[in-house]
Design a protein around this ligand. Structure first.
Ligand SMILES: Cc1cc2nc3c(=O)[nH]c(=O)nc-3n(C[C@H](O)[C@H](O)[C@H](O)COP(=O)(O)O)c2cc1C
Length: 376
């Protein structure tokens, strides 16, 4: 690793990044709901955020199979057509000198039968629903607990998707093990009441995460494999009796068995998706001490840029930015040159067309537009 700091180079896998400002995985729901094929607008969105290159882009959560979730508008990576269109995204990113990873997603219980093939019941670690209603206002559905015999099939789906991602030209994959989706549902005591080898002890609840990482890295290489974790997350009714011990064990296992992984990506505890610069006694420091290689930290840094710079100096982390990268396609340049940021529009985060998706201007475009107004 080179010197620390947001604009210091860092190596992930075989790639040397020029800076440590990464695009966080951001679900934007702009793919056609029937085919889950990345559209031209999706290609355009990532091309814009590849900017002048040198940085890491992590895609939005991408469904690994038809049963992985029914989120309308989420892209997938299991059909030929999906793979072909992802090739356009990876080519555009590479042409601009960026490194791009695909975030692999199975939502588990965070969906509804009417969104799944043959109206199948959603699956999870245990038959426990998320509290309250889903994004569309429907009551959360009680899932079915996966049979132990079905788990190898789930792992296989992750492996196949990882192989497809490599075929599509991605530099690697980030297994989505955070934010209350299937892997997280197995990890947390709130959602896992199983009595087989995937439930109960910490070792058992983290088994799925570790088996998925192990199988994926065997298939595509450790230096192209990563995982995202949210030890302090409460989104989608997550909660664990002993987070420090649970994720501490998981990270220690990854350190002991897979120290060559491309990176580990963590969601900061202070993250709420509200605009609150929350404070918390919780911290990722415990896990940062265990993991000796590339550490990505995400959550709230866009609202505290001096804090982000300081954090990167102190830890050497890559920082993933979400909401500010939505509104600022040229975010790395803006941060480096301390240029003002475009405000983001929360109303266009999920679904819709190009508005609030590919129409945010770069700083240069803003300047050109205002010069044109002055001379008109
Ligand atoms: C619109 C939106 C979509 C998101 N989609 C994903 C996703 O697909 N996968 C994921 O791991 N996190 C997702 N997140 C969380 C972000 O990756 C990030 O952790 C969060 O926005 C906090 O970072 P920020 O404060 O820089 O926005 C999403 C957040 C937002 C606002």
């Amino acid at each position: 690793m080179s010197g620390k700091g947001l604009f210091q180079p860092i190596r992930i896998g075989k790639h040397l990044l020029k800076h440590r400002v990464a695009l966080a995985p951001l679900t934007r729901l702009r793919a056609p709901p029937q085919t889950h094929v990345p559209s031209e607008d999706i290609v355009n969105y990532y091309t814009q955020r590849a900017g002048n290159g040198g940085g890491l882009l992590i895609t939005e959560a991408t469904l690994i199979s038809p049963m992985a979730g029914g989120m309308p508008g989420a892209p997938g990576i299991w059909t030929k057509e999906q793979i072909e269109n992802w090739k356009k995204v990876t080519k555009a990113a590479h042409d601009r000198g960026a490194v791009i990873f695909s975030q692999l997603w199975h939502v588990g219980r965070a969906t509804n039968s009417f969104l799944l093939p043959d109206k199948a019941q959603p699956v999870s670690a245990s038959a426990i629903a998320i509290e309250g209603n889903d994004m569309m206002g429907n009551p959360q559905q009680v899932p079915r607990a996966l049979e132990t015999s079905e788990i190898p099939g789930l792992i296989k789906d992750f492996v196949k998707a990882a192989e497809n991602a490599i075929e599509a030209g991605f530099d690697g994959v980030e297994v989505h093990g955070a934010n209350g989706y299937i892997i997280d549902q197995f990890i947390n005591t709130n959602s896992n009441k199983r009595t087989d080898q995937y439930g109960g002890s910490i070792e058992n609840r983290t088994r799925l995460a570790l088996e998925v990482v192990d199988a994926v890295q065997k298939a595509i290489g450790a230096d192209r494999t990563a995982i995202r974790l949210s030890p302090w997350g409460t989104f989608q009714s997550m909660g664990d009796d002993t987070p420090t011990e649970t994720w501490g064990y998981l990270v220690q296992q990854l350190q002991d068995n897979h120290p060559e992984l491309a990176y580990l990506h963590f969601v900061e505890p202070r993250t709420t998706l509200e605009d609150v610069a929350g404070t918390s006694v919780y911290s990722l420091d415990h896990f940062r001490k265990i993991w000796k290689s590339v550490f990505i930290s995400a959550g709230g840094y866009g609202h505290d840029l001096p804090g982000a710079l300081k954090h990167a100096e102190e830890t050497g982390d890559i920082i993933a930015f979400g909401r500010q990268f939505i509104a600022n396609p040229d975010l790395p340049q803006r941060l480096q040159q301390q240029l003002p940021l475009n405000p983001y529009d929360r109303g266009t985060f999920y679904g819709g067309g190009s508005k609030g998706y590919t129409d945010y201007p770069t700083y240069e475009e803003t300047q050109t537009a205002s010069e044109a107004t002055v001379t008109a």
